[in-house]
Structure formats: structure tokens, C-alpha cells
Design a protein around this ligand. Structure first.
Ligand code: GLN
Length: 188
């Protein structure tokens, strides 16, 4: 249990609310991060960039002028990117190419695991199920990046320093708290 910890979830778009039950099951407070002011205040110990649509999230980060605040936050706090969030954290993005923040030395290929209908779940990393929904493929991991789980011989959960990325959605599994939420809290 990590009582007293506060975890922010970027709440501009995507799968935000499902994190609440996982964080609360671990004794943490869920902080809804939807304004630049909240992000700049940084009154939470770590930040989750949720799954959703990375191009839409980028557009909203631009519209609300939150990009610099996100970079500043990541320079001094742990960030965990899930699916679309992992795409934002990568160094290089293809299919199609897209701007990204490079918080982790990772290259990704968007929508590599099929269309919405082809999305699948599987057993992974001590979880009973892991949901891949139009997930990116982690095509290159830098030498400083640690692979924490693979699926089909490819990395799907990585960490570098204080940051972490998963191409799948642990928050959508019924098992609460997920081992991945637990691992993130151990970094805070
Ligand atoms: N396909 C989405 C993207 O490229 C990611 C999907 C997800 O987050 N489940 O941004």
C-alpha cells in the first residue's frame, strides 16, 4: 500500500476514469489533470498519459498550451504512457510520423496491432488479461531501456529511469489493482 501518494492522469481525452479504481485500491489519490495550471502546480507524485488517440491528445496539448508544462513535469517526476500515451513518450513515431516528446529512448509504429475490432487480450506480466487496442509496436528500444514484459517476442512494457511505457491497457483489466499500476507506484 502506498497511502498518501497522489497520481495524476492527463484527462484531455481517452481512457482516464478506469485508472481511478486501480489507484484507489492501492490507497492512492487519483488527480484529474485537465488544465495547464494543475499540471504546472505538479501537486502529485507521478503522471499517467492514458490510452486514447495520440494525435488528438497532441492537438489538445497544443490548444491548451500544456506541452512545456508536460516536459517540465517529466524532467523531475515519473511518467507512465499507455498505448497512445506511450506514443507521445517515444523518440520517433511512424505510421504516420508524428511529433513526440522523447521521454524514453523508444521508437514506435502506430496501429501495428490491427484495427479496433482486431484488438486482443492476452496473459502477460502476471496479469490474467492485457488489452491491446490498436496498439503501437515498440520497434526500437535504446540501450538504457529495460524491457519488463514481451508479447510475441516483442517488448510491450518498458522503463527507462523514472519513466515507463506499456503498449497495452492494464487499467481495462478487471483485476484491481493491476501489477503495472503497482510497479508504477513503486517508482514514486
Ligand atoms: N491507435 C492509437 C494512437 O495511435 C492508440 C490506441 C490506444 O491508445 N489504445 O494514438
Amino acid at each position: 500500500m502506498k497511502h498518501g501518494l497522489r497520481v495524476g492522469v492527463l484527462a484531455l481525452q481517452g481512457a482516464v476514469d478506469p485508472h481511478k479504481a486501480h489507484l484507489e485500491a492501492l490507497g492512492c489519490e487519483f488527480v484529474d489533470v485537465r488544465t495547464r495550471a494543475v499540471l504546472e502546480k505538479a501537486d502529485f507524485h507521478g503522471l499517467i498519459l492514458p490510452g486514447g488517440e495520440s494525435s488528438t491528445m497532441l492537438r489538445l496539448l497544443n490548444v491548451f498550451e500544456m506541452k512545456q508544462a508536460l516536459v517540465d513535469y517529466a524532467n523531475s517526476h515519473p511518467v507512465w504512457g499507455i498505448c497512445a500515451g506511450s506514443i507521445l513518450m517515444a523518440k520517433h513515431v511512424e505510421n504516420p510520423e508524428q511529433e513526440s516528446f522523447g521521454f524514453i529512448d523508444l521508437d514506435v509504429r502506430r496501429n501495428a496491432y490491427g484495427r479496433q475490432l482486431d484488438s486482443f487480450t492476452c496473459e502477460l506480466a502476471g496479469m490474467r488479461e492485457a488489452a491491446f487496442i490498436r496498439a503501437p509496436q515498440f520497434t526500437r528500444v535504446g540501450p538504457g531501456v529495460k524491457v519488463l514484459a514481451e508479447h510475441g517476442g516483442e517488448p510491450v512494457w518498458v522503463e527507462e529511469g523514472r519513466h515507463m511505457a506499456t503498449s497495452f491497457h492494464p487499467e481495462l483489466a478487471w483485476e484491481r489493482p493491476s501489477p503495472v499500476h503497482q510497479a508504477f507506484l513503486n517508482k514514486l
